[in-house]
Design a protein around this ligand. Sequence first.
Ligand SMILES: [Zn+2]
Length: 487
Amino acid sequence: MPLNDYEPVIGLEVHVQLATKSKLFCSCPAKSFGLGPNVHICPVCAGLPGVLPVTNRKAVELGVRAALAVGCQIRESSTFARKNYFYPDLPKGYQISQYERPLATGGHLEYPMGGVSRRIGIIRAHLEEDAGKSLHEGFPDSTSRTCVDFNRSGVPLLEIVTQPDLRSAAEAADFFERLRAILVAIGVNDGNMEEGSLRCDANVSIRPVGEEGLGTKTELKNLNSFRFLERALQYEIDRQTALVGTGERVVHETRLWDAAAGRTLAMRSKEEAHDYRYFPEPDLPPLDLSEERIAHIGRSLPELPEARKRRFVMQYELPEYDAGILTQSFALSEYFEATAALARNPRSASNWILGEVLRILKDTGADIADVRVDPARLADLIALVDRGTISGSVAKDVFQKMYETGTTAEAIVAAEDLAQISDETALLAAIRDVLAANPVPVAQYRAGRTKTFGFLVGQVMKATRGQANPGLVNDLLKRELEGRQGR
Ligand SMILES: [Zn+2]
């Protein structure tokens, strides 16, 4: 069978750090990125004997929020379980997780992609505590010893497990990005993947196209960027396809992505669920949630990115692609809506944000919340263009100056005398200069090669520092070129 007759089958296990102040079962601060090791630990999260865990109410609420946002059913009674394994960063020798009765089950995300509707199922979402971290480098004796940092031990996580519904590395990365946008928009996660607030494991196998059963999968651990996820999956798909192509077998194992080398490495043969000897956590009562509390949390959810995107397409008549970018972040979509309302011109507001505003954010690494050109000021600039006071190309320079100086569009236009030239006499003089200076393109135009028209318009705009009214230049230039012809 030719190799391209295989298709990848991918499922994700996304670990979402819930944005609480404290850890899941103790009052230690949950955030410790950038701090020294073992500054946020106590007897509970350090696993000392004789202590009792107490479930963090806020973590439960955020977990329910996230699970509802991906369409899951919330269990009114779920249970915690001990997942037993031995690892130096796991001080108790077990992780408190949920197994037989998870917090939520049976959700999905549905969205259009490449012209078709994609529906990615969510099997379950369960609460669990994070483990600590082994430190293999950075200490004088790192060559002979490994140190351990328990700051992350007990940090609240929601693990979201998808159905194996994803069919390419790019599709998996796109899904992860969409999920992140939702989690950030509903305030469950800070979206900070470099700091490990959001990471995922990916299960991937290949099978002959048309087959229903699943091939042997490998699990890729701890991918904390969309790019790593996509590259690691693509590497693994190619590796498995090559193995099968030479008649070898894929081994069921856990593999690590080595970003520097650009490949995956076998880490260990995969544990099965029974290796973890799960049993109910005796120190915690069942997690009971009343129907009213679940409904209350559901009502507090904001409009989700996908719904907002559909609304933007309908309400503002924006192209789907543009609406998709505007709704990728909550702050950006609010910036857009405020600008569109004030300028009374949604299409222009969208174009400005997708063009100049995002360009400046990218160049400066700034956040939309810190942009000096607030929606009211951007709306004023759009109004100046709409009224014909300045041309579109001048407006771009004005925007740059607004960003740099923090002043208004009107002030910059007045101070620099940038108002658009709509005076016919002045424009005709400029046009005649351009025609005289460019005899070759003029002759070509008159010989029927009308493509040179755009060049001549460009020369007039240049001569007027972009201030000429482009519509008027078009009309006058055409008249000059065609009117003189028979003479
Ligand atoms: Zn603690």
